[in-house]
Design a binder for this molecule. Structure first.
Ligand SMILES: [Zn+2]
Length: 292
Protein backbone atom coordinates (compact mmCIF):
# COMPACT_ATOMS: atom_id res chain seq x y z
CA UNK A 1 0.00 0.00 0.00
CA UNK A 2 1.24 3.45 -0.85
CA UNK A 3 2.08 5.56 2.19
CA UNK A 4 -0.17 8.51 2.84
CA UNK A 5 1.24 11.95 2.15
CA UNK A 6 0.95 12.70 5.85
CA UNK A 7 3.12 9.71 6.89
CA UNK A 8 5.59 10.33 4.09
CA UNK A 9 5.99 13.96 5.13
CA UNK A 10 6.35 13.04 8.82
CA UNK A 11 9.15 10.60 7.90
CA UNK A 12 10.90 13.23 5.80
CA UNK A 13 10.72 15.73 8.64
CA UNK A 14 12.04 13.10 11.13
CA UNK A 15 15.15 12.76 8.99
CA UNK A 16 15.93 16.49 9.28
CA UNK A 17 14.34 17.17 12.67
CA UNK A 18 17.38 19.00 14.06
CA UNK A 19 16.70 21.77 11.51
CA UNK A 20 13.40 22.64 13.19
CA UNK A 21 12.59 24.85 16.14
CA UNK A 22 9.28 25.79 17.68
CA UNK A 23 7.80 28.91 16.04
CA UNK A 24 6.27 29.89 19.40
CA UNK A 25 8.93 29.21 22.08
CA UNK A 26 11.97 28.45 19.85
CA UNK A 27 12.74 25.15 21.65
CA UNK A 28 13.74 21.90 19.93
CA UNK A 29 11.12 19.77 18.28
CA UNK A 30 10.41 16.12 17.66
CA UNK A 31 8.03 14.14 15.47
CA UNK A 32 5.43 12.37 17.56
CA UNK A 33 3.82 9.16 16.26
CA UNK A 34 4.27 10.35 12.66
CA UNK A 35 1.34 12.65 13.28
CA UNK A 36 2.62 15.90 14.67
CA UNK A 37 5.61 18.06 15.43
CA UNK A 38 5.89 18.76 19.16
CA UNK A 39 8.27 21.03 21.07
CA UNK A 40 9.67 20.73 24.59
CA UNK A 41 6.82 22.84 25.91
CA UNK A 42 4.25 20.74 24.12
CA UNK A 43 3.31 23.23 21.40
CA UNK A 44 1.86 20.85 18.84
CA UNK A 45 1.58 21.16 15.06
CA UNK A 46 -0.21 18.40 13.15
CA UNK A 47 0.83 17.24 9.69
CA UNK A 48 -1.98 18.10 7.27
CA UNK A 49 -3.39 15.21 5.26
CA UNK A 50 -1.94 16.85 2.13
CA UNK A 51 1.49 16.46 3.75
CA UNK A 52 2.47 19.99 4.73
CA UNK A 53 2.97 21.58 8.17
CA UNK A 54 1.31 24.77 9.31
CA UNK A 55 3.93 26.47 11.51
CA UNK A 56 2.72 30.03 11.97
CA UNK A 57 2.61 31.17 15.58
CA UNK A 58 -0.39 33.35 14.74
CA UNK A 59 -2.61 33.50 11.64
CA UNK A 60 -1.46 35.93 8.97
CA UNK A 61 -3.71 36.82 6.07
CA UNK A 62 -1.85 36.60 2.79
CA UNK A 63 -2.93 38.79 -0.09
CA UNK A 64 -1.98 36.07 -2.55
CA UNK A 65 -4.79 33.81 -3.58
CA UNK A 66 -4.94 30.29 -4.96
CA UNK A 67 -5.60 31.53 -8.50
CA UNK A 68 -2.28 33.41 -8.58
CA UNK A 69 -0.34 30.31 -7.50
CA UNK A 70 -2.08 28.10 -10.08
CA UNK A 71 -1.15 30.60 -12.81
CA UNK A 72 2.44 30.79 -11.52
CA UNK A 73 2.76 27.02 -11.51
CA UNK A 74 1.55 26.84 -15.14
CA UNK A 75 4.02 29.53 -16.24
CA UNK A 76 7.00 27.95 -14.45
CA UNK A 77 6.29 24.29 -15.28
CA UNK A 78 4.71 24.61 -18.75
CA UNK A 79 5.85 27.77 -20.52
CA UNK A 80 9.62 27.33 -20.00
CA UNK A 81 9.89 31.06 -19.30
CA UNK A 82 12.19 30.37 -16.34
CA UNK A 83 13.83 27.10 -17.47
CA UNK A 84 17.25 28.60 -18.22
CA UNK A 85 17.48 30.39 -14.90
CA UNK A 86 16.83 27.13 -13.05
CA UNK A 87 19.76 25.62 -14.95
CA UNK A 88 21.99 28.59 -14.14
CA UNK A 89 21.10 28.48 -10.43
CA UNK A 90 21.73 24.74 -10.32
CA UNK A 91 25.20 25.22 -11.86
CA UNK A 92 25.98 28.01 -9.38
CA UNK A 93 25.05 25.73 -6.48
CA UNK A 94 27.28 23.00 -7.91
CA UNK A 95 30.14 25.47 -8.22
CA UNK A 96 29.91 27.05 -4.76
CA UNK A 97 28.54 24.35 -2.45
CA UNK A 98 31.11 21.80 -1.34
CA UNK A 99 29.19 19.69 1.15
CA UNK A 100 27.98 16.33 -0.13
CA UNK A 101 24.54 16.48 1.45
CA UNK A 102 22.83 19.81 1.00
CA UNK A 103 19.90 21.06 3.05
CA UNK A 104 18.31 23.77 0.93
CA UNK A 105 15.34 25.95 1.84
CA UNK A 106 13.34 28.20 -0.47
CA UNK A 107 12.11 31.12 1.64
CA UNK A 108 9.04 32.64 0.05
CA UNK A 109 8.57 29.62 -2.21
CA UNK A 110 4.95 30.31 -3.18
CA UNK A 111 3.55 27.17 -4.83
CA UNK A 112 7.05 25.66 -4.88
CA UNK A 113 7.69 25.33 -8.62
CA UNK A 114 11.06 27.14 -8.64
CA UNK A 115 12.35 24.90 -5.82
CA UNK A 116 11.10 21.74 -7.52
CA UNK A 117 12.65 22.72 -10.87
CA UNK A 118 16.01 23.56 -9.25
CA UNK A 119 15.97 20.21 -7.41
CA UNK A 120 15.17 18.49 -10.74
CA UNK A 121 18.24 20.12 -12.29
CA UNK A 122 20.52 19.35 -9.35
CA UNK A 123 21.09 15.64 -9.76
CA UNK A 124 24.83 15.53 -9.05
CA UNK A 125 24.56 16.41 -5.37
CA UNK A 126 22.32 14.99 -2.65
CA UNK A 127 19.71 17.59 -1.82
CA UNK A 128 17.00 17.78 0.77
CA UNK A 129 14.57 20.55 -0.07
CA UNK A 130 12.31 22.59 2.19
CA UNK A 131 9.85 25.18 0.89
CA UNK A 132 8.42 27.83 3.20
CA UNK A 133 5.78 30.43 2.48
CA UNK A 134 3.38 32.50 4.53
CA UNK A 135 0.55 31.80 2.08
CA UNK A 136 -1.26 28.58 2.90
CA UNK A 137 -2.82 28.56 -0.60
CA UNK A 138 0.66 28.36 -2.13
CA UNK A 139 1.90 25.61 0.21
CA UNK A 140 -1.23 23.51 -0.31
CA UNK A 141 -0.67 23.59 -4.06
CA UNK A 142 3.02 22.76 -3.58
CA UNK A 143 2.20 19.75 -1.38
CA UNK A 144 -0.35 18.56 -3.91
CA UNK A 145 2.03 18.73 -6.87
CA UNK A 146 5.52 18.04 -5.57
CA UNK A 147 6.19 15.17 -3.17
CA UNK A 148 9.93 15.40 -2.70
CA UNK A 149 10.40 18.61 -0.68
CA UNK A 150 9.01 19.31 2.78
CA UNK A 151 6.42 22.10 2.64
CA UNK A 152 5.87 24.56 5.48
CA UNK A 153 3.44 27.38 6.03
CA UNK A 154 5.61 29.78 7.99
CA UNK A 155 6.92 33.30 8.39
CA UNK A 156 10.38 33.88 6.90
CA UNK A 157 10.88 36.77 9.33
CA UNK A 158 10.41 34.40 12.27
CA UNK A 159 11.02 30.99 10.82
CA UNK A 160 10.51 27.59 12.44
CA UNK A 161 14.10 26.71 11.48
CA UNK A 162 16.91 26.10 13.98
CA UNK A 163 20.14 28.14 14.19
CA UNK A 164 22.93 27.23 11.73
CA UNK A 165 21.08 24.35 10.12
CA UNK A 166 20.69 25.35 6.46
CA UNK A 167 23.37 25.02 3.73
CA UNK A 168 21.60 26.97 0.99
CA UNK A 169 18.82 29.56 1.12
CA UNK A 170 16.96 30.31 -2.09
CA UNK A 171 15.15 33.64 -2.12
CA UNK A 172 13.65 34.15 -5.55
CA UNK A 173 11.77 37.38 -6.28
CA UNK A 174 10.62 37.37 -2.67
CA UNK A 175 11.02 39.56 0.41
CA UNK A 176 13.96 38.92 2.74
CA UNK A 177 14.90 39.09 6.40
CA UNK A 178 18.68 39.02 6.49
CA UNK A 179 19.08 38.74 10.29
CA UNK A 180 16.94 35.64 10.14
CA UNK A 181 18.73 34.28 7.05
CA UNK A 182 22.09 34.63 8.85
CA UNK A 183 20.75 32.94 11.96
CA UNK A 184 19.61 29.78 10.16
CA UNK A 185 22.57 29.44 7.77
CA UNK A 186 25.54 27.23 8.58
CA UNK A 187 28.91 28.93 8.95
CA UNK A 188 29.74 28.64 5.25
CA UNK A 189 26.14 28.65 4.14
CA UNK A 190 25.02 30.43 0.99
CA UNK A 191 22.12 32.65 0.04
CA UNK A 192 21.06 32.71 -3.58
CA UNK A 193 18.89 35.76 -4.06
CA UNK A 194 17.18 36.60 -7.32
CA UNK A 195 16.17 40.23 -7.82
CA UNK A 196 14.50 41.93 -10.79
CA UNK A 197 16.40 44.32 -13.04
CA UNK A 198 14.83 47.31 -14.77
CA UNK A 199 13.74 45.35 -17.85
CA UNK A 200 12.14 42.44 -16.00
CA UNK A 201 8.61 41.95 -17.41
CA UNK A 202 8.88 45.41 -18.96
CA UNK A 203 6.24 44.45 -21.54
CA UNK A 204 3.70 44.20 -18.73
CA UNK A 205 4.62 47.57 -17.29
CA UNK A 206 4.56 49.18 -20.74
CA UNK A 207 1.18 47.63 -21.53
CA UNK A 208 -0.52 48.30 -18.19
CA UNK A 209 0.54 51.80 -17.30
CA UNK A 210 0.65 55.06 -19.19
CA UNK A 211 4.11 56.56 -19.36
CA UNK A 212 3.77 59.02 -16.47
CA UNK A 213 2.72 56.30 -14.06
CA UNK A 214 5.55 54.06 -15.14
CA UNK A 215 8.34 54.35 -12.64
CA UNK A 216 11.88 53.46 -13.55
CA UNK A 217 12.97 50.60 -11.37
CA UNK A 218 16.50 50.13 -10.06
CA UNK A 219 17.66 47.26 -7.88
CA UNK A 220 20.80 49.01 -6.56
CA UNK A 221 19.38 49.63 -3.06
CA UNK A 222 18.37 45.98 -2.77
CA UNK A 223 21.82 44.86 -3.86
CA UNK A 224 23.73 47.19 -1.53
CA UNK A 225 21.63 46.02 1.43
CA UNK A 226 22.45 42.42 0.51
CA UNK A 227 26.16 43.30 0.37
CA UNK A 228 26.04 44.66 3.91
CA UNK A 229 24.99 41.27 5.24
CA UNK A 230 26.75 38.77 2.99
CA UNK A 231 30.08 38.37 1.26
CA UNK A 232 29.07 38.39 -2.42
CA UNK A 233 30.87 35.56 -4.23
CA UNK A 234 29.23 36.28 -7.55
CA UNK A 235 26.64 38.53 -9.18
CA UNK A 236 25.22 37.06 -12.35
CA UNK A 237 23.18 39.09 -14.80
CA UNK A 238 20.59 36.77 -16.27
CA UNK A 239 18.81 37.81 -19.44
CA UNK A 240 16.44 35.72 -21.53
CA UNK A 241 13.31 36.16 -23.59
CA UNK A 242 10.52 33.85 -24.73
CA UNK A 243 7.49 34.15 -26.92
CA UNK A 244 4.40 33.36 -24.90
CA UNK A 245 1.09 32.21 -26.38
CA UNK A 246 -2.20 33.93 -25.57
CA UNK A 247 -2.98 31.35 -22.90
CA UNK A 248 0.46 31.82 -21.33
CA UNK A 249 0.10 35.60 -21.41
CA UNK A 250 -3.12 35.23 -19.48
CA UNK A 251 -1.38 33.14 -16.83
CA UNK A 252 1.46 35.64 -16.66
CA UNK A 253 -0.99 38.45 -15.97
CA UNK A 254 -2.78 36.36 -13.34
CA UNK A 255 0.46 35.53 -11.51
CA UNK A 256 1.95 39.00 -11.23
CA UNK A 257 1.02 41.56 -8.55
CA UNK A 258 1.92 44.21 -11.16
CA UNK A 259 -1.47 43.65 -12.72
CA UNK A 260 -3.43 44.34 -9.51
CA UNK A 261 -3.24 48.08 -10.04
CA UNK A 262 -3.50 47.95 -13.83
CA UNK A 263 -6.37 49.34 -15.84
CA UNK A 264 -8.76 46.43 -16.73
CA UNK A 265 -9.10 47.49 -20.37
CA UNK A 266 -5.35 47.63 -20.85
CA UNK A 267 -5.03 44.23 -19.21
CA UNK A 268 -7.61 42.74 -21.54
CA UNK A 269 -5.91 44.23 -24.61
CA UNK A 270 -2.62 42.71 -23.49
CA UNK A 271 -3.93 39.16 -23.08
CA UNK A 272 -5.86 39.35 -26.36
CA UNK A 273 -2.68 39.15 -28.41
CA UNK A 274 -1.94 35.84 -30.15
CA UNK A 275 1.61 35.92 -28.78
CA UNK A 276 4.10 38.34 -27.28
CA UNK A 277 7.78 38.30 -26.41
CA UNK A 278 8.46 38.49 -22.68
CA UNK A 279 11.81 39.51 -21.21
CA UNK A 280 13.28 37.94 -18.11
CA UNK A 281 15.96 40.27 -16.77
CA UNK A 282 17.29 39.43 -13.33
CA UNK A 283 20.33 39.58 -11.09
CA UNK A 284 21.37 36.44 -9.26
CA UNK A 285 23.38 37.20 -6.11
CA UNK A 286 25.43 34.47 -4.44
CA UNK A 287 26.20 35.53 -0.88
CA UNK A 288 28.23 33.72 1.74
CA UNK A 289 27.28 34.03 5.38
CA UNK A 290 29.49 36.43 7.32
CA UNK A 291 29.61 35.14 10.89
CA UNK A 292 29.96 38.00 13.36
ZN1 LIG B 1 7.13 25.62 21.73
Amino acid sequence: MKKSKKIQSAEQVSAIISAFRCPICESEMKVKELKSLVCEQNHTFDFAKQGYLHLLSHPIKSQYEADLFTARQKIIMESNLYTSIHQVISKLIQKHVNVSEVLMIDLGCGEGSHLQRILDESIDQKFTGIGLDIAKEGIMLAAKNYEQPTWLVGDLAHSPIADQSIDVILNILSPSNYQEFKRILTENGLVIKVVPRANYLQELRAAFFVKDEKREYSNEDTISLFQKHFHVLERVHFHDSKNLTRNELENLVRMTPLSWSADPERKLAFVNQSSHEIIIDLDILIGKNIVE
